[in-house]
Design a protein around this ligand. Structure first.
Ligand code: 1CP
Length: 339
C-alpha cells in the first residue's frame, strides 16, 4: 500500500492521495444514502450504509486510502452525552457542566460503538488490497470544545474560558477522553484499520501553555496507549492551525506523520518533512475554485514536498459545494505528474 510506504518513511512519487471529508455532501450518491439512513447518527451506526458511503469516493476517484465513515462526536455520545445533528445547522450537544465531568457514563461505551467496529471489519474485507483503511478519532481538546459549548463556535471561547476557569476539571475531562479514545482506536485497529488519524481541528486557537497542556499532552497519552498495544501501526496527527507549535507537537506526541493545514510555509513544511512524513495541504478553496487556482496549488505541493515522504491531501475538509470535476482534475494532475 502506497500510503503505508509513505508512513514508513519512503518517498513515493506520484504521492498517494485521499481527501479529508471525502465521503460527504458534494457527492450525489452520498446525499441519496444519507436520506435513506434518516438521521446522521443513524448513518454512522448503520454498518451497511456506512460501508457504502465510505466506498463511494473510492469507486469514483480511486483514492489510495479510505477513511472510516463516522464522526468525532460518537465518542461523547458513547459516553452518555446527548448528541444531535441538525440538518444544515451542524452538531448540537447538551453543554457539559463542570460538575458533570466526573460522572460521564462509560458503562455502554463499546456496546454503543460496536456498529463502528463492524463497519471497519466489513470495509477491510471489501476494499481493494492496495487501498489503505484509515480509522480515526477526534483529539480530546477538539471533542471537549463541542462537549462544553454544545456546538461549533468560531474560536472555541466557551471551552477556553472553561479551561482557564477550571484547569483541573478540564484536565480530567481531557484525560478521560484520551483514555476512551485510545480504546476506541485500538478496537478500530483490531477490526482492520491500517492506520489512524487524530483530528485536532481546533488546536489553532490556544496560547502556548494551553496548546501544550490541552493538545499535545492528551494526544501524547493516546499515542502511548495505542503504541503499547500496536507498536507498528502509523498514527497521523492533525493539529490544524498549530503554526509554530507543529515541530514540538511531533516530537512530544510521537505521532508518525503530521497533517498540515494550508497556512504552513514551504520552508516550515520542508523542515517538518525532514523529520518524518507529512500530509496535506491544499486549501479547499483552491479545489472549490478550480482552474488555475487548483492546478497551481497542486503543482506547488508536488514541487515543494514531492521530494520527500508526502501524502497528498487537502489542508482541511472538502466543502459540500465543490464540483466533482474539480476533484477529478486534481487526482488526474497528481497521477500524471513526473519529477
Ligand atoms: O449533513 C451531513 O451529512 C453531515 C456532514 C458531516 C459529515 C459528512 C458531519 C457533521 N460529519 C461528517 C463525517 C465526518 N466527520 C468524517 C467522515 C470521514 C471523511 O472524512 O470522509 C470525519 C473524519 C469527521 C470528523 C469531524 N467531525 C471533525 C474533524 C475534522 C474536521 O472537519 O475538522 C469535526 C470537527 C467534526 C464535527 C462535525 N461533524 C459534522 C459537522 C458539520 C461538524 C463540524 C461542526 C462545526 O464545527 O460547526
Amino acid at each position: 500500500m502506497k500510503l503505508l510506504d509513505v508512513l514508513n518513511g519512503q518517498t513515493v512519487f506520484p504521492p498517494p492521495v485521499w481527501m479529508m471529508r471525502q465521503a460527504g455532501r458534494y457527492l450525489p450518491e452520498y446525499r441519496q444514502t444519507r436520506q435513506k439512513a434518516g438521521g446522521f447518527l443513524d448513518l454512522c451506526y448503520n454498518p451497511d450504509l456506512a460501508v457504502e458511503v465510505t466506498l463511494q469516493p473510492i469507486r469514483r476517484f480511486g483514492f489510495d486510502a479510505a477513511i472510516l465513515f463516522s464522526d468525532i462526536l460518537v465518542v461523547p455520545h458513547a459516553l452518555g452525552r446527548d448528541v444531535r445533528f441538525e440538518e444544515g445547522v451542524g452538531p448540537r450537544l447538551t453543554p457539559l457542566k463542570q460538575d458533570e465531568v466526573d460522572s460521564l457514563d462509560a458503562s455502554r461505551f463499546h456496546e454503543r460503538l460496536a456498529p463502528v467496529y463492524e463497519t471497519v471489519r466489513l470495509l477491510r474485507s471489501e476494499l481493494p488490497a492496495q487501498t489503505a483503511l484509515i480509522g480515526f478519532c477526534g483529539a480530546p481538546w477538539t471533542v471537549a470544545t463541542y462537549m462544553i459549548a454544545g456546538r461549533g463556535t468560531p474560536d472555541q471561547a466557551p471551552a477556553r474560558l472553561f479551561g482557564h476557569s477550571f484547569p483541573d476539571v478540564l484536565q480530567r475531562l481531557l484525560d478521560t477522553l484520551a483514555d476512551y479514545s485510545s480504546e476506541y482506536l485500538i478496537r478500530q485497529i483490531e477490526a482492520g484499520a491500517d492506520a489512524v488519524q487524530i483530528f485536532d481541528s481546533w488546536a489553532g486557537v490556544l496560547d502556548e501553555a494551553s496548546f501544550h497542556n490541552w493538545c499535545t499532552r492528551p494526544v501524547a497519552r493516546i499515542v502511548q496507549k495505542v503504541r503499547e498495544r500496536f507498536p507498528q501501526v502509523p498514527i497521523i496527527g492533525f493539529p490544524r492551525g498549530a503554526g509554530a507549535y507543529y515541530a514540538n507537537y511531533r516530537t512530544e506526541t510521537g505521532v508518525t506523520a503530521l497533517g498540515l493545514d494550508w497556512t504552513v510555509s514551504w520552508l516550515q513544511a520542508r523542515e517538518l518533512q525532514a523529520k518524518g512524513p507529512v500530509q496535506g495541504n491544499l486549501d479547499p478553496m483552491r479545489l472549490l475554485a478550480g482552474g488555475k487556482a487548483l492546478s497551481e496549488g497542486v503543482e506547488a505541493i508536488l514541487e515543494q514536498l514531492g521530494g520527500g515522504p508526502l501524502i497528498f491531501n487537502l489542508g482541511h475538509g472538502i466543502t459540500p459545494e465543490t464540483p466533482i470535476t474539480h476533484v477529478e482534475a486534481m487526482v488526474r494532475q497528481i497521477r500524471e505528474s513526473k519529477r
